[in-house]
Design a protein around this ligand. Structure first.
Ligand SMILES: Cc1cc2nc3c(=O)[nH]c(=O)nc-3n(C[C@H](O)[C@H](O)[C@H](O)COP(=O)(O)OP(=O)(O)OC[C@H]3O[C@@H](n4cnc5c(N)ncnc54)[C@H](O)[C@@H]3O)c2cc1C
Ligand code: FES
Length: 277
């Protein structure tokens, strides 16, 4: 039996890990499907799933992609739950509940040029919207993807970055690493400086930005200098979450619950909230 019939939204569904990709030394992508080989639920880009392991606990993760019969989570090994998740093998059962959160405001982006900026594991949530844009290519203008990691070995989703996405219509992929040698096939330097060199035009453009806080801070400064307004910049927050359904009060910023009202906000929306994130 794969699903509890008690109608409790906090009870996870048992799913099977059908495929695991080692993205980097500390990031793995897990494909999960129900026992019947189906997708557990159909999320919108930017939505979340609570992933659990019996006897260890659960944690909220962005759903980085979905196929007809599976969901994908890209998980960085950094603590008790994620260390244990990195030990699991294909075929093993885990728990998943969701979808949670508001997802990206797709209607705000329709007809616009898109600039995606990601750093490290921050590409995981952004990737769900990038894939949506490619699946609905005529609904969006040009697409620029700026992505950075510490080194070549730390870049995730390499097949997307170097093989799939550069082939898409009216799309440019700009990759940078903090450090590398003369054989490095991409730019060497930090994301904000690279963004400044790319120098995107702000007209009719939406920006989706996710990465470590220091990258976000300096990218925002660069975007502002170029003339982007706070309403054009969308980001996704990583507040600690427990229930995911607006009950426990763990994730609130002022009157907003990040698990219900977020995790996706425009910078204009964030500027109206207390600085607790
Ligand atoms: C909306 C949302 C989306 C997320 N998406 C992803 C994703 O796609 N991929 C991914 O790998 N992780 C994601 N995370 C983070 C994930 O939920 C876990 O919190 C994180 O992976 C730590 O897992 P752990 O339980 O193994 O670590 P723990 O054992 O709980 O902690 C390890 C260390 O990290 C710190 N820490 C843990 N979580 C956070 C946090 N959220 N903010 C600040 N410090 C923290 C702890 O204080 C501790 O120092 C997301 C979190 C949220 C809230
Ligand atoms: S995680 Fe419980 S209220 Fe948001």
């Amino acid at each position: 039996m794969s699903q509890c019939n008690c109608d409790n939204p906090l009870v996870p569904e048992l799913v099977q890990v059908s495929h695991i990709i080692e993205e980097t030394s500390d990031i793995k992508t897990f494909y999960v499907s129900t026992m019947e080989g189906k997708k557990p639920f159909t999320p919108q880009p930017g939505q979340l799933g609570m992933v659990s392991l019996l006897n260890i606990g659960e944690g909220m993760f962005s759903i980085t992609a979905q196929g007809e019969n599976h969901l994908e989570f890209a998980i960085k090994k950094c603590g008790m739950l994620t260390d244990a998740l990195h030990e699991i093998k294909t075929g093993q059962m885990i728990g998943v509940r969701g979808p949670y959160g508001n997802g990206f405001p797709i209607e705000k982006c329709l007809g616009k040029d898109m600039l995606f900026i990601g750093g490290g594991i921050g590409l995981a949530p952004v990737r769900s919207l990038i894939k949506y844009c490619f699946e609905h290519r005529d609904d969006f203008g040009s697409i620029d993807i700026v992505y950075g990691a510490r080194s070549m070995a730390d870049l995730c989703f390499k097949e997307d970055l170097f093989e799939q996405w550069p082939q898409e219509h009216n799309t440019k992929v700009h990759v940078t690493v903090d450090s590398g040698d003369e054989n490095c096939p991409c730019n060497i330097g930090f994301v904000p400086a690279f963004l400044e060199r790319i120098n995107p035009e702000p007209q009719d453009k939406m920006v989706v930005l996710c990465g470590p806080p220091v990258m976000i801070k300096f990218c925002l400064q660069v975007l502002k200098k170029m003339g982007f307004t706070d309403d054009q910049v969308i980001t996704t927050l990583e507040m600690r979450m427990k229930c995911g359904v607006g009950k426990c009060g763990r994730c609130n910023i002022g009157s907003k619950f990040v698990c219900l009202d977020g995790p996706v906000f425009t910078m204009a929306e964030l500027n109206g909230l207390p600085n607790e994130f």
